[in-house]
Ligand binder design. Structure first.
Ligand SMILES: NC(=O)C1=CN([C@@H]2O[C@H](COP(=O)(O)OP(=O)(O)OC[C@H]3O[C@@H](n4cnc5c(N)ncnc54)[C@H](O)[C@@H]3O)[C@@H](O)[C@H]2O)C=CC1
Ligand SMILES: O=C(O)C(=O)COP(=O)(O)O
Length: 596
């Protein structure tokens, strides 16, 4: 099986060799053909190809013009709105990327219908609760969002709702338009001096807090994960959930909808609140038990609620909540300002196009974020990792299957200075792809490992010396297996291969307990022989006879004239006949041909 670009190809800075990291199936074979040799041309060739094969992007909800314009420069763009699930599933099989807002459910059905073509889902906004992340990950599909461009818009909408609610603006407007003049009915409450509890002190929560302080409110916040110094800098006190809800006059919700925040406000929690509390929700409808809120409004525990978001959107026409006289509602308008929509459209267009080109997505939701600098530095080690994985798994001949694997990184860098997540993913790719039909990338590597019962243990050996180079060596061991090449089993009984990067090129430096030194390019023949003069010549001439170019040869031996391992790198695949002839050389005790 061809070594497809690991992480659907790692992205390279324009002038260097890059490895793209989001699987690019269309380009993979071409990438592989070129990657062994023309290293310097690889990235340019790759990006040119990426552009030639124009991807198709389905934009399923209204996106700002600036973003659409950007997308159209590089892709075929299909803007189709209000699709049913069936229509979406039909279209998606022809698309490389999908862009949605909050109104489209990107469910498992969608990923299944894409049959592996969909490489990235772009959420033009923050909340990704409408995307089935687990299904995306299982299908190796990257999910990116646009997390910053609508922060201020959402915060402003929260403040708008807070003030509109406190002063009955919406109700009074409806009343005056109905020809009434009801001044005493719409007496409001003041904000100044009141306690506002901000639940979720992230981007929007922080901006709401800043603005509420400007209105003279006493702001407290609850967020188990927020840094205390950020709160201090804004003059906000971080408190427990309990303290927040019992002491607040106003509560504003700004957390994501997750399994642990779903219905976080319910009958029990409403019962603990101050009677007459006022509630704002511009986060997600699902964080409130809406039926419990109706009950709390009916008995006056909650005096008023201002809601931009609902469990079901749009809510049913007869929704008791929306129709409640003490509820001010808006149809999910938090992000809907001209400025935010342009910003979000550009942010998501750039993220999606970048991901399609194999670049790192800074806003990846279901893949580890690794900085471009780190990736560029680790690039040769990424290649090494995949090749070690491929090599190790091809040596397996039986036993308990590839289930117990140990990776050892030897480095002079401290653990905090060495991010090995990409290497781990690449090794998984190398281990799995030669023995299965699955496609492994940075997004789905861990998932696929788990699916196959592959237990990976990682260990670091901290070396003395200069931490300039990120790694000294990488070792891959597979336990409880037999090997097609007995010498690949170390003295401790496991398949063992180790490699290093030398002058930017990955090398195999250990097989079993034998030290070797062969560049990991092309493919490799490993022979165990009795160490004696003339062996290199014999093997070399067999290969030479059929014009197979030997790129590297190295002999590792225990002692002179005892057993030795010869590792031969070949650019072309030798014929079966040549391999048989090598096996027939009297001093050769065993040999194996491995494709990298
Ligand atoms: N109505 C609208 O149009 C918009 C709604 N939103 C929604 O607003 C929410 C916040 O967005 P951002 O501030 O951009 O996200 P963010 O990720 O910056 O902030 C979310 C914060 O919630 C905190 N959090 C998580 N679990 C929590 C828990 N159990 N209790 C308290 N805090 C918890 C996190 O630590 C984080 O600090 C999201 O749900 C997002 O979808 C965002 C933009 C527009
Ligand atoms: O960004 C978010 O989380 C939002 O809720 C905004 O949703 P929208 O893009 O306006 O459908």
């Amino acid at each position: 099986m061809a070594a497809s670009p690991l992480l659907t190809n790692l992205k390279l800075p324009p002038d260097s060799t890059v490895v793209s990291w989001l699987g690019h199936r269309v380009l993979s074979s071409t990438f592989h053909v070129n990657c062994c040799r023309h290293r310097l041309h690889q990235s340019r060739r790759f990006s040119v190809l990426a552009m030639e094969a124009k991807p198709t992007i389905l934009v399923a909800e209204k996106l700002g013009d600036a973003g659409l314009k950007l997308l159209k420069q590089f892709a075929n763009v299909d803007c189709s709105y209000n699709l049913s699930l069936e229509e979406l599933c039909t279209k998606i099989s022809l698309c490389d990327a999908l862009i949605v807002r909050s109104g489209t459910k990107v469910s498992r059905d969608v990923f299944e219908a894409s049959a592996g073509r969909l490489r990235v889902v772009g959420r033009a906004g923050v909340g990704i609760d409408n995307v089935d992340l687990a299904a995306a990950t299982e299908h190796g599909c990257l999910v990116v969002n646009a997390p910053t461009a609508n922060t201020v818009a959402a915060a402003e909408h929260g403040i708008a709702l807070l003030m509109a609610m406190a002063r009955n603006i919406a109700q009074a407007d409806a009343s005056i338009k109905a020809g009434k003049w009801e001044r005493s009915k719409y007496v409001g409450v003041s904000l100044v001096g009141k306690t506002l509890a901000v639940m979720g002190f992230g981007k929007v929560g922080s901006e709401v807090s800043r603005r509420a302080k400007g209105l003279g409110m006493h702001v407290i916040a609850h967020d188990p994960y927020a840094p205390a110094d950020r709160a201090r800098a804004i003059g906000v006190q971080l408190v427990s959930f309990e303290e927040a809800i019992v002491s607040a006059d106003f509560i504003s919700l700004h957390m994501p909808l997750t399994a642990s925040t779903a219905k976080i406000l319910n009958d029990e929690t409403f019962a603990k609140m101050k009677k007459g509390v006022r509630l704002v929700n511009v986060a997600r409808g699902g964080v409130i038990d809406e039926e419990a809120l109706v009950r709390a409004l009916d008995v006056g525990i909650v005096a008023q609620a201002a809601l931009d978001v609902f469990t079901e959107e749009p809510p049913p026409r007869d929704s008791k909540l929306v129709q409640h006289e003490n509820v001010t509602a808006s149809p999910h308008l938090g992000a809907s300002t001209m400025e935010a929509q342009e910003g979000v459209a550009i942010e998501i267009a750039e993220a999606v196009l970048g991901a399609l080109k194999g670049e790192l997505a800074a806003t990846a939701v279901n893949a580890p974020m690794v900085s471009a600098q780190v990736l560029s530095e680790l690039k040769p080690y990424v290649t090494l990792s995949e090749k070690l994985g491929r090599l190790a798994v091809q040596l397996v001949a039986g036993g308990s299957g590839v289930t117990n694997v140990k990776i050892t990184y030897a480095s002079a860098r401290g653990p905090d200075d060495l991010d090995t997540r990409v290497l781990r993913a690449t090794i998984i790719k190398g281990l799995i792809e030669p023995i299965s039909s699955v496609f492994v990338n940075l997004v789905n590597a861990d998932f696929n490992a788990k699916q196959r019962g592959l237990r990976l243990v990682e260990e670091r050996i901290i070396l003395d010396g200069s931490p300039e180079s990120p790694l000294d060596s990488i070792q891959v061991q597979i336990f409880n297996v037999e090997s097609r090449f007995a010498s690949a089993i170390s003295d401790f009984g496991e398949i063992n291969v180790e490699g290093r990067v030398k002058y930017g090129i990955p090398h195999l430096t250990k097989v079993g307990s034998f030290g070797v030194d062969v560049s990991l390019e092309g493919s490799i023949i490993l022979c165990r022989q009795v160490d004696q003069p003339g062996m290199i010549g014999k093997v070399g001439s067999i290969l030479g006879e059929e014009n197979v170019n030997v790129s590297f040869m190295s002999v590792g031996r225990m002692a002179p004239r005892k057993q030795a391992i010869m590792a031969i790198g070949v650019d072309e695949e030798p014929s079966r006949k040549s391999l048989r002839r090598i096996g027939e050389i009297s001093a050769v005790e065993e040999f194996v041909y491995l494709k990298l």
